[in-house]
Design a protein around this ligand. Structure first.
Ligand code: UD1
Length: 392
């Protein structure tokens, strides 16, 4: 039996892990659960701790309860990451794991990579090879470091594979435990697996549209949480001024599930007059962070999506919705190439103009993110890579 430690901590990782956990459970069920092929233990760092940023996803997506909880909470990057590294190392030393599964690009990913690499436990990085080439983003630092330390790099797209090749990461020079070499695998995107898998369940279970009296195609969905937007008063103000313009001048309903970081920064940074305008703008509907099934419903039924989130950009694409990207660059360049997304940055005029253009434009959404079986490919590749380790 292979024993794998899955490390999660932030909202998007919990969602990505659901796809792999589901496949591990399926695989074990095929063996009658008597002799599981893989034992997965989940470690939650506690980077996200609010119930609507964490617990709700476990309940909704059928992910096993975390076996280990570090409860690190919020702090500076170094403090938060250091606490995680210490906690993860303890777990890795307390038991024998054949590998560690890491997701995406958060501080929890980086901490897992450093802790596992130092005790020579193979790292499997899901969502490897994404690059914004903006080294001021904490996420870019986390990705570059995690990819360099990983044994198996699961790239969601061809662009991601090329990025890894360009950095020389396919090189057979680096050797890992037992002389093994690194492998880059084009797996497809586990988020596409999840969107396909959960879309029907969302239609049955989610009541979000009813709760907020939203009609299909009559609202746009917005999310804002990137540090570069929330921690800069000029950028945060420009984004909200654009939202107010669309809500009042274009009579467009905007639904904004508010990330706790953004809520905190709006209170701390925005001028009082702007806060007052936001509060008194009936078409700008600020709601608490949404569960995954609710988010799927919002994405599926919106007319358009405005976001600075990597995950939400792509989900907009999965549900054939044009997307205005509130950043100056994106890791998901396929969306730009397909003409389904446009970079508007935190620029009030650019946001309004792009909204007007996209409102009447027809856009194509080709299949770019795999065949919705990325997780199965990932689980099989891990088994192939570890080979006989399961007998140890
Ligand atoms: C993190 C990830 C980002 C990911 C995002 C998804 C890093 C560097 N960033 O950003 O890549 O896209 O998660 O949400 O890892 N907070 C709460 N309750 C919570 C969580 C956060 O109130 O449950 C507040 C705290 O004030 C905290 C702030 O949000 O200081 C930022 O949280 P943090 O996890 O550091 O970063 P995110 O902005 O969530």
């Amino acid at each position: 039996m292979l024993k794998i430690l899955t490390i999660i901590g932030a909202r998007p990782q919990i969602i990505k892990a659901a796809a792999i956990s589901r496949n591990i459970q399926l695989l074990n069920a095929e063996q009658g659960n008597v002799c599981p092929v893989i034992e997965e233990r989940i470690l939650h760092t506690g980077q996200h701790y609010d119930a609507n940023m964490s617990q709700v996803f476990f309940t909704e997506l059928g992910i096993p309860k975390p076996y280990y909880q570090l409860q690190v909470g919020s702090a500076t990057h170094a403090q938060q990451t250091a606490k995680m590294i210490e906690g993860i190392e303890k777990v890795l030393l307390s038991d024998q794991f054949h590998g560690v599964l890491l997701y995406g690009d958060t501080n929890s990913t980086l901490a897992g990579a450093i802790a596992a690499a130092k005790v020579c436990v193979p790292i499997f990085h899901v969502e490897a090879g994404l690059r914004s080439y903006n080294m001021t983003m904490p996420e870019e630092i986390n990705r570059v470091a995690c990819d360099a330390l990983s044994s198996l790099l699961f790239a969601p797209t061809k662009t991601a594979v090329n990025n890894l090749h360009n950095e020389g990461l396919q090189s057979t020079k680096a050797t890992f435990l037992q002389g093994r070499h690194r492998k880059i695998i084009l797996s497809g995107d586990v988020m596409y697996d999840n969107s396909v898998y959960f879309a029907q369940l969302a239609e049955q279970k989610s009541t979000i549209l009813k709760q907020h009296a939203l009609q299909t195609g009559r609202f746009v969905l917005a999310t804002v949480h990137r540090a570069s937007n929330t921690d800069n008063v000029a950028r945060l103000s420009a984004i909200f001024r654009a939202f107010i313009h669309l809500a009042t001048q274009e009579n467009q309903t905007i639904v904004l599930p508010l990330h706790p970081r953004t809520k905190k920064q709006m209170q701390a940074l925005l001028p009082q007059a702007l806060c007052h305008e936001i509060e008194n703008c009936p078409n700008l509907r600020i709601i608490p962070p949404a569960s995954f099934l609710d988010m799927i419903m919002l994405e599926k039924h919106a007319a358009m999506v405005l976001t600075d989130s990597g995950g939400v950009q792509k989900e907009a694409f999965f549900f054939a919705k044009p997307c205005l990207i509130l950043r100056s660059e994106t890791e998901w360049v396929e969306l730009l190439e397909a003409g389904a997304g446009v970079l508007v940055d935190a620029n009030q005029e650019a946001i309004i103009q792009a909204y007007q253009q996209f409102k009447n434009k027809s856009v194509a959404f080709p299949l770019l993110f795999g065949d919705a079986h990325a997780a199965a490919k990932i689980v099989q590749s891990i088994r192939d890579y570890l080979g006989d380790d399961c007998n140890k």
